[in-house]
Unconditional design. Sequence first.
Length: 98
Amino acid sequence: MKKLLVAALGLLCATAIMLQAQDAKPKKELTPEQQTVMNEMLTKYDTNKDGKLDKAERAAMTKEDKEKMAKVGLGPKKKKVVPPADASTNAPAAATDK
């Protein structure tokens, strides 16, 4: 009985791992224009030469270069702002006693 339980648990774990791996989003490829701008920014600001722009290197960028990156679709992702719900719609229904 214990062997059956261990086998079932192992199968369940393996299935969960495979499903999680399938949910991973593939990395988006850069367009030629984005690649050109990214290479330019790396050449200009990548001080530690690791091929990435870390927070300190991004902070050193000029406003014009940040705008240039944003224009081609590079840079931080903008978070969706959800407006607060109207208080009148969230109020509990009034109880009426008859």
